[in-house]
Design a protein around this ligand. Structure first.
Ligand SMILES: [Ca+2]
Ligand SMILES: [Ca+2]
Ligand SMILES: [Ca+2]
Ligand SMILES: [Ca+2]
Length: 434
């Protein structure tokens, strides 16, 4: 199974004739709709169309039966200031979504920002099939007893399918899931960036998931998760100086809807504090993933199963992997790990204990930044030779086709990791290495 193409989703979102209502959030202020369900987005109490804020548009579309659409405007900063954590009507605090909804920006111009400015998380997906497309979510905070989960977005177990497409989720903070807390059975992140999100333990003794805390089913593709971090617990009775935060950029443990499965394809994890991916049960699949330069580990698993193919885990601070003995592993599928800690050495197709010669995360084209291997890397043209559900993807994180015969030996083979180096970058030779 190959991951869903974001381009296809974007075209579908843009071209399908919108059913239901479409509103444009044409005001940056944070004001409610005063007559929800009358068919108009209006912050004034008279009937008919009027000034439409993002909060008013969400209140109106929640009240209207069926799928609706909200368009955001270029350069707009929608900043929440109506305090009220715990409200689930969208009138106060976070923006509660309880019905099928697309919130989108795909015009030209500066990407809009929806910020909670620290008063609450940003979005609370209670129910419905929801698509968030093309904007930035920041400034969310779920760090109090009233709201501990999902600093940017909380997806509850009652939600339908939830898609993040070409999104940026940055600068959000929570005790559980700085960027996203997912309890939904069908949540997908595609072509998106999760960066600079933070977990902190103010009222929860075991905070986790600086970028994403997963309790349901999660798929991440064509994305990058970098520079997410944790801060030490600050409970008054915490023994001072003895707590070491164990940050995990993605932390998954089954509990909500679904089986706790995580599928990650064509995605890069770089320089997260702690462990990039931590799995405490459920199925993990890594397909053409690059996990490098995280401060502690690339992959930690205490329970569950892992299917790993065409994936690279390299140069993480303590070790590339920590996989407990009871974890079911299927990893003899053209993977690479730089310190031979990922249970790969028993397989004849893997590359273990080798330096893949990685260069720092940079914008090399495509929707998200990537890590390129240097042209002499063993990762190039040594990936999985087959296109299959357990082999090589047919494109890479930048949406470029695979495979490319980079070394010109006549055999077009995939590169290991999230990137397929293209033939026209033969003179790419930066000095820096991860
Ligand atoms: Ca209304
Ligand atoms: Ca609706
Ligand atoms: Ca809420
Ligand atoms: Ca290749």
């Amino acid at each position: 199974m190959h991951a869903r193409l974001p381009i296809a989703i974007v075209l579908a979102a843009a071209c399908v004739v919108a059913r239901g209502a479409t509103f444009t959030a044409n005001q940056e202020a944070d004001l409610p709709d005063l007559i929800p369900g009358n068919g108009f987005c209006n912050v004034f109490p008279q009937p008919g169309a009027g000034p439409c804020t993002l909060r008013a548009a969400i209140m109106e579309t929640n009240a209207l039966a069926g799928a609706d659409t909200i368009d955001l405007l270029a350069g707009f900063h929608y900043t929440l200031d109506r305090e009220g954590q715990g409200d689930d009507t969208a009138a106060l605090g976070d923006l509660d979504i309880s019905d099928d909804l697309t919130i989108r920006f795909f015009a030209s111009g500066e990407r809009p920002v929806v910020s909670a400015a620290g008063i609450d998380r940003v979005f609370d997906v209670i129910a419905g099939n929801v698509t968030l497309l093309g904007f930035t979510i920041s400034g969310g905070a779920a760090t109090s007893a009233a709201a501990t989960s999902g600093g940017g977005v909380l997806v509850r177990s009652g939600a339908g399918s939830v898609d993040f497409i070409l999104m940026q989720v940055s600068g959000n903070t929570a005790e559980l899931g700085g960027g996203l807390y997912n309890a939904g059975a069908d949540t997908r992140v595609s072509g998106s960036v999760f960066r600079n999100n933070i977990f902190r333990g103010d009222s929860t003794a075991t905070p986790s998931g600086s970028a994403i805390r997963n309790r349901g089913n999660l798929e991440v593709s064509y994305s990058v998760i970098h520079h997410n971090s944790g801060v030490p617990i600050s409970l008054p009775d915490a023994p001072s100086g003895t707590f070491t935060p164990t940050a995990n950029a993605i932390d998954s443990e089954p509990l909500g809807a679904g089986s706790g499965s995580v599928r990650i394809a064509n995605t890069t994890f770089f320089h997260n504090t702690g462990t990039a991916i931590n799995i405490d049960g459920g199925d993990l699949e890594l397909s053409s993933v690059t996990i490098a330069g995280n401060t502690e580990r690339g992959l930690g698993m205490s329970d569950g199963s892992v299917l790993m193919h065409n994936t690279m885990i390299a140069h993480n601070g303590l070790a590339d992997c920590a996989i407990a003995g009871g974890v079911a592993t299927d990893t003899n599928r053209y993977n690479l790990d730089s310190d031979d800690s990922c249970a790969l050495s028993g397989g004849g197709s893997n590359h273990v204990g080798v330096d893949p010669q990685l260069t720092p995360l940079a914008d090399h084209g495509g929707p998200t930044p990537t890590i390129w291997p240097a042209p002499n890397s063993v990762a190039i043209d040594h990936g999985h030779p087959l296109f299959s559900a357990t082999g090589c993807e047919d494109d890479d994180q930048s949406l470029a086709d695979r495979p490319v015969d980079f070394d010109g030996d006549g055999a077009a083979l995939c590169d290991i990791g999230a990137v397929e180096l293209q033939g026209d970058v033969i003179f790419f030779e930066p000095f820096d290495r991860i």
